[in-house]
Design a protein around this ligand. Structure first.
Ligand code: PGA
Length: 250
């Protein structure tokens, strides 16, 4: 399975900035090692500009940060999966901690979105992770089990496992500079793999498990080499082409 290097640009970058970062990345990563894939998860308004800049570097995929689980209708301010695909996106996130904890998205809504996006033809990255107080209270297993089971509850057993990734992103490590250590990552990813096999059977081994939370050029190589780490989801360090290229090539 190829390792996925995903840049989550969050609420950053105008169209011109997205296009220039993408072109710089394409140049810096022109000799991408075999077995690696790059995914740029741009804000809605920069999807088309990012896509246009990607055509120079056909090994990059485009993703969106969010959508509403309906084909169309009276949902002011929302965007459908078909609209994202129309802009060239082939991936989308669901369950990112900022949407769970700032925008109030529930496990049930995240599950609905994951299933809807897959049915609509998007590859989905379901994000899960515990808050610091949950970790301190010894609730890691409980939180991950609940978020993964709910997040995948609408996904049917005949799904294409390669269209699904789960990103383990401990909330306390996102944007804080605190990175989970190898032991913590190994434990959470092994638990995630076990749950995926319980849910999908042997197919659960083809689901990619990404790590996210303060991944930087100087820790990426160690993280990506760990068991059950099939890629990384990078926020802050993905904003500059130079930093992100050093992660991709680590
Ligand atoms: P970070 O964000 O790399 O800035 O910690 C990761 C994420 O939110 O996906």
């Amino acid at each position: 399975m190829n390792k996925l290097f995903a840049a989550n640009w969050k609420m950053h970058k105008t169209q011109a900035e997205a296009a220039s970062t993408t072109s710089d990345l394409a140049r810096l990563c022109s000799s991408l090692p075999a077995g690696r894939e790059v995914l740029l998860i741009a804000p809605f308004t920069a999807l088309a500009a990012t896509k246009a800049a990607i055509s120079e570097a056909h090994h990059f995929a485009l993703g969106a940060q969010n959508f509403y689980p309906a084909t169309h209708g009276a949902f002011t301010g929302e965007i459908s999966p078909a609209m994202l695909m129309d802009c060239g996106a082939s991936y989308a996130l669901s369950g990112h901690s900022e949407r769970r904890h700032i925008l109030g998205e529930t496990d049930a809504f995240v599950g609905e979105k994951t299933a809807f996006g897959l049915k609509a033809g998007l590859k989905m990255i379901l994000c899960v992770g515990e808050k610091l107080e949950e970790r301190k209270a010894g609730q890691l297993t409980e939180v991950l089990t609940r978020q993964i089971r709910a997040g995948l509850s609408g996904v049917t057993a005949d799904c294409d496992a390669e269209s699904i990734s789960v990103a383990y992103e401990p909330v306390w490590a996102i944007g804080t500079g605190l990175v989970a250590g190898p032991t913590e990552i190994l434990e959470a990813h092994a638990l995630t793999r076990k749950l995926l096999v319980e849910i999908f059977g042997e197919k659960g081994r083809q689901v990619r498990i990404l790590y996210g939370g303060s991944v930087k050029p100087d820790n990426a190589a160690e993280i990506i080499a760990l068991d059950n780490v099939d890629g990384v989801l990078v926020g802050g360090a993905s904003l500059k082409a130079d930093d992100f290229s050093r992660i991709v090539l680590a």
